[in-house]
Design a protein around this ligand. Structure first.
Ligand code: DC
Length: 231
């Protein structure tokens, strides 16, 4: 299989539906780069919080526009864990970008046109050489509209809430479900690059699948694309 074509794989979908788990595993199996585009929006949000660019739930647009060129985001594989970690201006921020402090403000930042323009440009540069799996909300629609393989992942809000709750102690599943439904609404109704399934994306509802089943499903779709391109 020396001439297997290297392609671009876009995995979009709702929050907390296991996109990154399946995207990472596919990238590992086929030797591709994996990029978590949500981590990039989270890193910009952390920068804003640490530099007082969010005041009373409002992003200071002009100040952020000026700061954008000083915000350098990268991904580095941790040699001990083998896991990829997000860096902001040379500092590992992998843990901090997953905190509630960041989660609560990230949708304010990811709605901003010039933030999206800058991050989409970086994402395209990362994918220039192909051989990439990227997950997010607008990868198949805006970042890589020509991707050879596009997947759109869904799962019911209840199932996603149950999965989140299983990772926490004393979780209030109803409250989590309401929060998930609210974020779905924000993602789908925002003006710029709202979450939507690309016309040529394959939909996966993984509500009733195990991780092993969804990994196998994704690998099978990849095999089909490669077979089609390289019969
Ligand atoms: O996937 P996540 O929850 O880590 O994403 C964080 C936020 O960034 C979420 O509010 C949606 C937004 N996002 C986006 O607007 N576009 C992307 N390509 C990825 C994430």
């Amino acid at each position: 299989m020396t001439n297997t074509p290297r392609i671009t794989i876009a995995i979009d979908g709702f929050s907390s539906c296991g996109k990154s788990t399946m995207a990472k595993e596919l990238a590992r199996r086929i030797g591709y780069i994996y990029i978590d585009s949500g981590a990039m929006y989270r890193a910009v949000t952390l920068y804003c919080l640490d530099n007082n660019l969010i005041i009373d739930n409002t992003v200071q647009r002009d100040a952020l526009a000026q700061a954008m060129e000083n915000i350098k985001i990268g991904f580095v594989t941790n040699p001990t864990t083998g896991k990829q970690e997000t860096y902001l201006n040379g500092v590992c921020v992998e843990k901090e970008i997953r905190t509630m402090r960041v989660s609560q403000c990230v949708s304010l930042v990811s709605q901003i046109d010039f933030v999206r323009t800058a991050l989409v440009a970086q994402q395209r540069a990362m994918g220039e050489a192909k051989g990439i799996v990227m997950d997010g909300r607008d990868i198949g629609t805006a970042v890589f509209p020509d991707a050879e393989m596009k997947i759109f992942v869904t799962a019911s809000a209840r199932v996603r809430a149950e999965r989140r709750a299983a990772e926490m102690e004393d979780a209030d599943i109803d409250a989590i479900e309401r929060n998930i439904a609210m974020r779905d609404e924000t993602d789908m109704t925002r003006e710029i690059s709202p979450l939507r399934k690309a016309d040529d994306a394959i939909e996966l509802d993984n509500s009733h699948m195990t991780i092993a089943e969804q990994d196998a499903w994704l690998k099978a779709r990849y095999n089909e694309v490669i077979e089609r391109l390289n019969p």
